[in-house]
Design a binder for this molecule. Structure first.
Ligand code: SAH
Length: 358
């Protein structure tokens, strides 16, 4: 039995049924045994792969979007470039590479990474060099901010509620026949809609809302950023899942040794940001197409071997196709004080001409 499993069992035996958000928090972020704390989970040898690990094009396009937002803010210097949950640092490294092509931007950038994992911090340091690290959004520096969070909010703990008849119960972890199993208990959680059908499960992430709220407090005018993740604006259903070595497993089977994620409730995040912010939302596929993924892929493929060209084509497909990441993943922009609407979203018809002005 692993140390973390012992700890979870002891806590249940002492305190009773464990809420799923507590279970998830212990599994992912326990300071000693948490999944993210002592490993690099990414890539083909790890448990899962994220968009920036699939292709450099992803980070390059995000970098161009951020650079355009900086120009549309009036090129403040200094500007804080913030990433939440940077993983291996790949996305930030691709962003910084394209920023170098933008006059005045490299000198203005001050990079701050929000990361709790010591293991991933040291990977980020090795790849990125000069940057600052903070444990939480509340410690971000003051001043204008550009930010990005890719597959960050899905790692934050959720609670699950199920409607039984006309009552809501909370799904919790209990011990039965010496095993961890999902049980249920009464809940006094108030904000659950009454119109949903019997049997339905909904998830709520108080941790995600608290972080988005803190971020909203830190963001001043001007600011712009992107939250990219899988999920939807009005999601329901059971989406909490465990992944180990690129396969789905039971969420209770390997606590602390598999990734646990849940779809992001973008609707809940959106209403967290005060009215002074504008938000935009679209699918990852449409966003990447709107900001030029095909053009960038073509440029990158030019003069390359057939094998490399095929790799680039496959990566673009994975990032954008409806049956891959293109539709399930959403992109939400949060901004305040830009001269024009940010590129890549449905209102945007001039993305191409603007991109060329960089
Ligand atoms: N954005 C990266 C990595 C995604 S994995 C990519 O796209 O490849 C999730 C990242 O969030 C990891 O870096 C993990 O250590 C970090 N993380 C998870 N929970 C966190 C928390 N509560 N505070 C700060 N970072 C967290």
């Amino acid at each position: 039995m692993t140390e973390l499993l012992k700890l979870i069992r002891t806590e249940i035996l002492e305190k009773g049924p464990m809420r799923l958000d507590r279970y998830m928090e212990l599994c992912l972020s326990h300071p000693e045994f948490g999944y993210y704390m002592n490993r690099d989970p990414l890539g083909s040898l790890g448990d899962f792969t994220t968009a920036p690990e699939i292709s450099q094009i992803f980070g390059e396009l995000i970098g161009l979007w951020l650079a355009q937002a900086w120009i549309d803010m009036g090129q403040p210097n200094p500007i804080n470039l913030v990433e939440l949950g940077p993983g291996r640092g790949t996305l930030m490294s691709d962003i910084l590479r394209v920023s170098n092509a933008v006059n005045g931007l490299p000198e203005a950038l001050q990079v701050t990474l929000v990361e709790t994992s010591p293991e991933l911090r040291s990977k980020q340091r090795a790849l990125l060099g000069a940057a600052s690290w903070v444990e939480s959004v509340g410690n971000l520096p003051d001043g204008p901010i550009l930010f990005v969070a890719n597959e960050f909010f899905d790692a934050l703990p959720v609670r699950q509620f199920q409607k039984i008849g006309d009552m809501w119960v909370e799904r919790v972890v209990v011990i039965a026949q010496d095993q961890l199993v999902v049980g249920q208990q009464k809940t006094d959680f108030k904000m659950l809609p009454s119109h949903l059908p019997d049997g339905i499960i909904v998830e709520r992430s108080e941790a995600a809302i608290a972080i988005a709220k803190k971020l909203g407090e830190k963001l001043k005018k001007p600011c712009a950023g992107l939250i990219i993740d899988y999920g939807d604006e009005n999601g329901t259903g059971e989406t909490l899942q465990a992944v180990k070595q690129h396969k789905f497993i039971n969420i209770l089977d390997h606590p602390g040794e598999c990734d646990l994620t849940a779809h992001v409730d973008f609707g809940a995040l959106k209403v967290t940001f005060p009215d002074k912010f504008e938000t935009e939302m679209t699918t990852q596929g449409d966003f990447l197409r709107n900001i030029g993924i095909h053009e960038r892929a073509e440029a990158l493929s030019s003069g390359k071997s057939a094998i490399v060209q095929e790799e680039i084509r496959a990566a673009v497909h994975r990032l954008t196709a409806d049956d891959e990441m293109g539709r399930l993943f959403k992109v939400m922009a949060v901004h305040n004080g830009l001269f024009q609407k940010p590129a890549g979203f449905p209102h945007d018809t001039k993305a191409d001409s603007r991109r060329k002005s960089l």
